[in-house]
Design a protein around this ligand. Structure first.
Ligand SMILES: [Zn+2]
Length: 461
């Protein structure tokens, strides 16, 4: 940026800042147009639930509704993008890509302009187009999950289409807060890493908040994040709800009637809420998060200007190829090992005479908002180690890292986590088979840095 445009930009900031303080009577021309839509996706009958293999029956009742929500943004140059949030376990590529193709046809938005995120609630329905009768699920019940997912796809397309058709002038601003209930869950024991509690481990406790206001300063929408699993509730819960993220959104909706409240999940791969295990705790964490978002909204937020520049790619992440049939047989047989499922899938490939796949292709996206904010959309259940890598590769400021975007194929472990072992090394569970190689981490970091460069973020050396 030249000195001159820098000064113009500062001046524009001052005007926007004044508008916030004065209530916006003399607001500059808004930087954005925003369209919003929300659709209820609560299952209308009992369904197989997602997230815990230990469950042996369908859902029983609804504790709180689930929603899919769309926000379509358009900058002054007409560059558009759609972010979709959902109180769901996650969109695997097989579910997400047909949705995106239909959105492209209906709205003209291109694939790279669409970001689908999920809160990863473990108290919601399965999201799958493959009927899997297993773990006490009958074939008819498994079919219910598929029917639910087809209706869900229609609703997502409908929400984005509605939002894209109702753009109104708006200003964006953002800030960040903190929560303390995000806990690293990789507990080191004499018998290896278990799913437990690790208070000395890393967890991303930040709460990014994007506020959308009408030109006269009236709030229209809030998009906020956190980075811990939707697992306050365990596998013994059969009531449908959005876990802490759902309750946080409900609480904010009650506080700000008419405002669209959306949750986007971050690098929560190796983080659980703490403490956990009851509906009361899920509600408590939701209240804590909602109160923090409200606090941030009431504080000083930084204006977010355009233009919006998006860089999207699909990268080939290397998978381990050196596993022998003997090793896989042993792994597959040990049902207590989290890697058993993926090992079984690889064995089945070998049995068909196929080779072990050497990569998995996943989408990555970067949205650059002027010089004000970079939104990174990672796919998969990304562990927190990636955050430190990306902060170094991209610079730590004006950065929002979301995960669970566009394709939730399984965990994305770091090289460190792969070396240490534990649940997050379990391998792909949707859309492919295999275990990530340690080199996958470097591929992701390099690819995101390149996307950020293409999108116009100023990068560190
Ligand atoms: Zn998970």
């Amino acid at each position: 940026m030249t000195h001159r445009t820098g000064r113009i930009r500062l001046w524009a900031w001052a005007v926007v800042g004044l508008a916030f303080i004065s209530g916006g009577a003399a607001a500059a021309e808004p930087e954005w147009k925003v369209g919003l839509a929300r659709v209820k996706v609560t299952p209308e009958r009992p369904v197989p639930m997602a997230g815990y293999a230990s469950r042996n029956k369908l859902s029983e009742g609804v504790e709180a509704d689930l929603f899919v929500q769309a926000m379509v943004l358009e900058d002054r140059g007409g560059h558009r993008a759609a972010v979709v949030t959902s109180d769901l376990i996650g969109f695997p590529a097989a579910v997400a890509e047909p949705i995106c193709r239909r959105i492209e046809a209906k709205t003209g938005l291109k694939r790279e302009q669409i970001l689908l995120n999920s809160s990863h609630t473990h108290s919601g329905p399965q999201v799958t187009l493959r009927a899997k009768a297993e773990g006490g699920t009958s074939a008819a019940d498994a079919q219910r999950a598929v029917e639910y997912t087809r209706e869900l796809q229609d609703k997502v397309v409908g929400a984005v289409t509605t939002a894209a058709g109702h753009l109104t002038p708006a200003n964006l601003s953002w800030g960040s807060g903190v929560i303390n209930f995000a806990m690293n869950r990789r507990e080191f024991t004499p018998n290896g890493v278990i799913l437990g509690v690790n208070p000395r481990g890393l967890a991303d406790r930040s709460v990014p908040v994007l506020r959308v206001d009408s030109p006269d300063g009236k709030p229209l929408a809030v998009l906020f994040g956190a980075a811990t699993h939707g697992t306050t509730l365990g596998g013994d819960n059969y009531r449908i709800c959005g876990d802490y993220a759902g309750f946080a959104q409900d609480g904010l909706r009650a506080k700000f009637p008419g405002v669209q409240v959306m949750f986007m999940l971050g690098c929560a791969g190796d983080s659980n809420p703490y403490p956990r295990g009851t509906m009361a705790l899920a509600r408590q964490h939701g209240e804590t998060l909602a109160a923090e978002v409200e606090r941030v909204l009431g504080g000083k937020l930084r204006p977010v200007g355009g233009p919006l520049r998006i860089a999207f790619t699909r990268v080939d992440l290397p998978l381990q190829t050196s596993l022998t049939r003997d090793e896989l047989t042993k792994l597959a047989a040990n049902k207590r090992d989290a890697r058993s499922f993926a090992a079984g899938q690889l064995l089945a490939l070998l049995d068909k005479g196929e080779k072990l796949p050497d990569h998995y292709t996943c989408p990555l996206t970067v949205w650059q908002f002027g010089d004000d904010l970079t939104l990174v959309g990672l796919s998969g259940e990304v562990v927190v180690d990636y955050l430190a890598r990306l902060e170094k590769a991209l610079g730590p400021n004006k950065l929002w890292v979301a995960a669970y975007c566009n394709d939730v194929f399984g965990y994305l472990p770091s090289a460190k986590v792969l070396a240490e072992g534990g649940y997050e090394t379990r391998g792909l569970y949707a859309g492919g088979a295999g275990f990530f190689a340690p080199a996958a981490e470097e591929v992701v970091v390099r690819a995101v840095r390149e996307l950020a460069r293409r999108a116009g973020r100023t990068l560190p050396e």
